[in-house]
Design a protein around this ligand. Sequence first.
Ligand code: WT7
Length: 662
Amino acid sequence: MSNKDAPSESSLEAKTRYYGHKLMECWRRSFEDLENFWSGVAENLSWYKRWDKVLEWNPPFAKWFVGGAINASYNVLDVNLKKGLKNKVAIFWEGEEGATRTLTYYQLWKEVNKFANVLKRLGIKKGDRVSIYLPMVPELPIAMLACARIGAIHSVVFSGFSASALADRINDAEAKLLITADGMYRRGKALSLKGTADEALSQTKTVEKVVLVRRAGIQDVPVTKGRDYWWDELMKEAEPYCEPEPMEATDPLFILYTSGTTGKPKGVVHSTGGYLVWVWATLKWAFNPQPDDIWWCTADIGWITGHSYVTYGPLLHGLTQIMYDGAPDYPAPDRWWEIVERYGVTAFYTAPTAIRMHMKFGEEWARKHDLSTLRILGSVGEPINPEAWKWYHDVIGNKRCPIIDTWWQTETGGFMISPAAGIDLVPLKPGSATFSLPGVQAEVVNEEGEPVKPFERGYLVILAPWPGMMMTLWRDPERYISTYWSKFQPNKKLEFKIQPPAIYYTGDYAMKDDEGYFWLMGRADDVIKVAGHRIGTAELESAFVSHPAVAEAAVVGKPDPVKGEAIVAFLILKLGHQASEDLKKELVMWIRKSIGPVATPDEIYFVQSLPKTRSGKIMRRVLKAVVSGGQLGDVTTLEDASSIEEAKMAVEMLKRAMEERR
Ligand code: WT7
């Protein structure tokens, strides 16, 4: 088929030729019969009160299942007990050091009920924010579900973030309670977490109480009397049952902070009803969960993947899942495959960066284990390169398992573009996330917001609201509007399935091929993806310039064979400061301290100047080209002609700085 008669997203007939028919039909109904379609999906959950209206859409604010009342913890726990899953294993937990724990649905239910009562006793009420800073221990989902049970809003902060990152998030959410641990294990070492938490707490005013989980057996943990309490001690005295709080479908379930293009992280707010429906539906559509599945999503709950597909999704479906707290290659590179074999994992969901890491170790590590229980594999976090796709497919999946490449974001709540094994699996293409799921109207547009031709790169946009979309940014609706809904204006070249029209900007590059398949092509904004983790370059830059030796900083992502992108920083020092290897080391530590180990810079270059436009904006495109060794691109078309010579000189100096390093 030639490109010119290729279908566009809006030509339904053409699309049915490629889409499985059932998938196409389902997709079409999700818009044309919106009320019935979503009611049918939402009826799979248990509601205290049925919604009056499926969607109230005042762009860009959507209210899903308006008037409905529901509780998340009731749906993932009590409902499963009623369905006869009382003694089914909910979580097989394993720690890096070899400890194991098994929690049945009944045991999980009991823990959540008791901890919900603990929260109440500590003065937490509906609508209060609770920050959670824990490694991957069962207490993490237990704490989240206990919050959900009483209507408190959880805000989980990834345990790889630093004290000041934690403090920023606590302050923005004005959390009343912090739940953390004595420490955590990584690669055989016990690291302190409470020390970091205390440092964060010294920069916050709202936290009244702290709950401490014992995890790493750390001695002499500092405990502040009247503020800090041990989890196990509180639980001993807790009442066994807590009535779940009926929540409005549109009440916030949680806040999760994510990086954007400014230094300040964004508090993405997810609803209770719409989010739960979306997580339930997307897991069903994409992975077709089965009652005897052993599900394993390797993501940390500190990220959205862990929220949606560790805490909420698998439990909503009554699945048994694996939770592993440790490094994927400790004590040996086959740690993961050993776990897959021992528990008989059937559905495995991980990130391309992890796959590439295992590729590097060599396939013999996987070959040592019987992976024949696997039936389906998933990928998320960044584009999966065809080479990694094939390795995953051949070596891990033994060429039998479909690869579900799920494109989505913290903001979308759940999968958006993904193969749909639970509806109709279309032929897969290595590196393509295939088509948008029902309820998702995705399109690729140019700078003017008009659809591009097949194989042309453009911006990925979403043209209709969906149940899992964030409600807003915490206490910052202006930023919600300007970041996500203002880049493109509705125009006649686009068809909008839901009125009034509005365009959600994802921040991603994408293209469609001549069969309408979506290919994701990385971030189009100043966000970089390091090992699948989202880091804002602006956050890094402001952390660098807060160091007394640094005058100016520019940070860009450099393609990395394993991590996807690596962090490269160009720094101009203040007068009186000398470039040195020691200073580099100090700056690496500085970043680890101000953002966290997750943001550790890979390369630092001291330079005299940076390529800038006349208005003083750093030419990021140029820097990116420099670090990736690619073509500089057309520098002359950059707005400010007068600064081109200067920019060129700066680039030459950057290149020289990088050469010297080699
Ligand atoms: C960004 C969102 C969504 C859970 C994990 C990350 C990139 C995510 C894919 C994929 C290509 C992907 C995008 C997106 N991304 N999944 N399957 N193919 N790119 O959540 O931290 O909010 O990051 O991750 O760039 O915008 P997040």
